[in-house]
Design a protein around this ligand. Structure first.
Ligand code: NDP
Length: 234
């Protein structure tokens, strides 16, 4: 009957693709959505990861429906791209609060059940930019790099309890997040990608499922690039 899997930001983009990937493998999948409607055919809980009370309620709803969360994928994220001198406190704070603070809240809550079960899989969705940096993305890159330190520290804390923590770092992926970039900018980025194209969300999802699988029991604290070679060397 599969495992109880929770994916944040699972109503669209990479998160939705990850949700379908786990569901196709037979897991009991729940997704969080912040706005709009939950996706067809998946159990959805409304949750803004910047709000601790939302996170607590979302977990309670998922546990009631599917049992304790055995796999959590911290995927929800935003961008507010601006050069530093134009970036205000809110641009910086909002990205850090969502992309790093949100992960802290979600993962901390997920750990409760995993520690009791003495097993679990935690996957954090970072970005190539966390390692390479990108002009106009100081806030985003800081948060995504922060996930590496956060995840690796946690891997050390939780390893003796049978819980793995891994970081998947996509390159440029065709979703709403990158649709806001001009075609010229997307082409420019793809020019630096050895595979010369963007990824589809369905090319990230199987990697996430693998690191959360029983076969990946001996992988923890790893940063796994899925970036067409963009970040080679990191
Ligand atoms: P999208 O913009 O398509 O989707 C973002 C998702 O995050 C949505 O479900 C959104 O919910 C959710 N979300 C945003 N803020 C919050 C919040 N405060 N609380 C709860 N949910 C929230 O992005 P992608 O699918 O492209 O990105 C998914 C992840 O992958 C992100 O962490 C992103 O940084 C990362 N990534 C993306 C890359 C890309 O090129 N696309 C490359 C590398 C990493 P709602 O629909 O309600 O807004």
């Amino acid at each position: 009957m599969g495992r109880s899997v929770l994916i944040t930001g699972g109503n669209r983009g990479i998160g939705l693709s990850i949700a379908h990937e786990f569901a196709a493998a037979g897991d009991r999948v729940a997704v969080t959505y912040r706005s709009g409607e939950p996706p067809e055919g998946l159990f959805g809980v409304r949750c803004d990861v910047t709000k601790a009370a939302d996170v607590e309620r979302a977990f309670a709803e998922v546990e009631a429906e599917h049992g304790p969360v055995e796999v959590v994928v911290a995927n929800a994220g935003i961008t507010r791209d601006k050069l530093l001198l134009r970036m205000d406190e809110d641009d910086f704070g909002a990205v850090l609060e969502t992309n790093l603070g949100g992960v802290f809240r979600v993962v901390k809550r997920a750990c409760r059940g995993m520690l009791r079960a003495r097993s679990g899989r935690i996957v954090l969705i970072s970005s190539v930019v966390g390692m390479s940096g990108e002009a106009g993305q100081c806030n985003y890159a800081a948060a995504k790099a922060g996930l590496v330190g956060f995840g690796r520290s946690l891997a050390r804390e939780l390893g003796s309890r049978g819980i793995t923590v891994n970081i998947v770092a996509p390159g440029i992926v065709a979703t709403d997040m990158t649709a806001v970039l001009s075609k010229e900018r997307r082409d420019e980025i793809c020019g630096h990608v050895p595979l010369r194209r963007m990824a589809e969300p369905g090319e990230i999802a199987p990697v996430v499922r693998f690191v959360a699988s029983p076969e990946a029991a001996y992988i923890t604290g790893a940063v796994i690039p899925v970036d067409g070679g963009l970040g080679m060397g990191h």
